[in-house]
Write a protein that binds this ligand. Structure first.
Ligand SMILES: Cc1ncc(COP(=O)(O)O)c(C=O)c1O
Length: 418
């Protein structure tokens, strides 16, 4: 074998396979409404102007050498203020770690806490926990969720798996569903973790919560974001938060993320990422630090950005619900946050005009790509069974007009299935 066992056993991404199909059709001159990518088209969703100018200014000021391993001080100071003002969370600068986006921080959390074989509990559908389990050698314990609870895990779902687990990976608002924890559900989960940790002896590793709130500023209408430490302050020593600018400022390519949590764990994550060198570029860190203090600009940006994302999500949601009322086997969950809509297209077992049987949700998706010129991602790409007929539709890469134009094509494609 020419490569390591880890390299050999890496799982390919289903989303990349779908991307290949879309690109092939584009090469043939087709126009596809691409609802697959968890990213933004910068022509539709540019980053905040203040942030862009800050980055350019920082390069003009020659901020081009190594940043400190935990992030430039002014950024960590301003994150401290931001957390206090926006979330009423109290974290000191040595409890914050900055990195090149939030991915390295999730990976570092796994590496800092997980020994090979340790149990990590995560719900499905969810984003990439299966890959981080693989990379860290964790024993991933999958908790299946249901549409009845907006695909968010409940205490009852999690309770049977807690004994001996080292980490519980949670995310809200959730990728891929755009749904969020209800206060009561998260409180009950928090209480489980507190009780479990009380039951553990000195020699046992505690149960930690990885709390990914990268979409927390992207919530709609009266939907409120909740987090474990605000609800249960005694969890502070057990919670590692993941956050950053990628999603809430449409800045996925700028690469500034941060984690916050107990100082000893954050310190170990800093050492791990120091060896990897996964720092955010220094100029971008300085610009982010400045932008976080430009409160009026930041709020104005967020308001307009959220309204635009919500309009697209609502348009898609209303279109699907209308099809449902006309008798089509589709459904959707009211968008709450992030850039995703949860869409049901319940057409497995049906036959296409070409006589092909649609056996799985992936088959349904490929049919819709070809026939309706629209692409989503089946939840199976986020860890659910292939027979779960729910999909993620991301609106970050599409214009409103594009989404409006797609709905009649979806209807026509579904009408052709027998
Ligand atoms: C829930 C969640 N966490 C983290 C990330 C990664 O963010 P970043 O681009 O900052 O690495 C994503 C990206 O899609 C995400 O959906």
């Amino acid at each position: 074998m020419s490569v390591s066992l880890l390299a050999q056993t890496l799982k390919g991404s289903e989303i990349i396979k779908i991307g290949g199909e879309i690109n092939e059709l584009k090469r043939q001159g087709e126009k596809i409404t691409n609802l697959t990518i968890g990213d933004f088209d910068p022509a539709i969703y540019p980053i905040p102007t203040g942030l862009k100018h800050g980055i350019i200014d920082a390069y003009h000021a020659n901020q081009t050498n190594y940043p400190p391993a935990d992030g430039v001080t002014v950024l960590r100071e301003n994150i401290t203020d931001f957390l206090r003002e926006r979330y009423q969370l109290d974290y000191a600068t040595n409890q914050i770690l900055v990195a090149g986006g939030s991915r390295p921080l999730i990976y570092a959390t796994y590496l800092a806490l997980i020994d090979p074989g340790d149990k990590v509990i995560y719900p499905t559908p969810s984003w990439n926990n299966n890959h981080y389990c693989h990379l860290s050698g964790a024993n991933g314990i999958v908790v299946e969720t249901s549409a009845e609870n907006n695909f968010m895990p409940t205490a009852d779902d999690i309770r049977p798996h807690l004994k001996g687990a080292t980490m519980l990976a949670l995310c809200s608002p959730l990728n891929p569903t755009g749904t969020m924890f209800a206060k009561k559900d998260l409180e009950e989960i928090c209480d489980l973790v507190i009780a479990e940790n009380k039951s553990r002896g000195e020699s046992e590793k505690p149960l930690y919560i990885l709390y990914d709130q990268i979409y927390s500023l992207l919530t709609f209408a009266d939907k409120k974001h909740y987090d474990p430490v605000t609800l249960r302050p005694e969890l502070k020593q057990y919670a590692i938060y993941i956050d950053g600018i990628s999603k809430c400022f449409a800045a996925t390519g700028v690469r500034v993320g941060w984690a916050f949590g107990p100082e000893n764990i954050i310190g170990k994550m800093k050492s791990i990422l120091g060896h990897v060198g996964a720092w955010a570029p220094k100029a971008e860190q300085i610009a982010t630090a400045k932008f976080l203090t430009q409160t009026a600009d930041l709020n104005t940006y967020l308001k307009a950005f959220k309204a635009k994302v919500q309009h697209s999500l609502d348009t898609l949601y209303n279109g699907i619900i209308e099809l449902k009322s006309e008798g089509f086997a589709v459904d959707s969950i009211d968008p709450m946050g992030a850039i995703y809509l949860t869409v049901k297209v319940d057409y497995t077992g049906k036959t296409t005009p070409n006589g092909d049987l649609l056996k799985t949700s992936a088959d349904v998706n490929f049919y819709l790509i070809k026939e309706a010129k629209m692409a989503m991602v089946p939840f199976s790409a986020f860890g659910t069974d292939a027979n779960v007929n729910w999909f993620r539709a991301s609106v970050g890469g599409c214009s409103l007009t594009d989404i409006e134009g797609m709905l009649p094509r979806l209807k026509a494609a579904l009408e052709k299935l027998k």
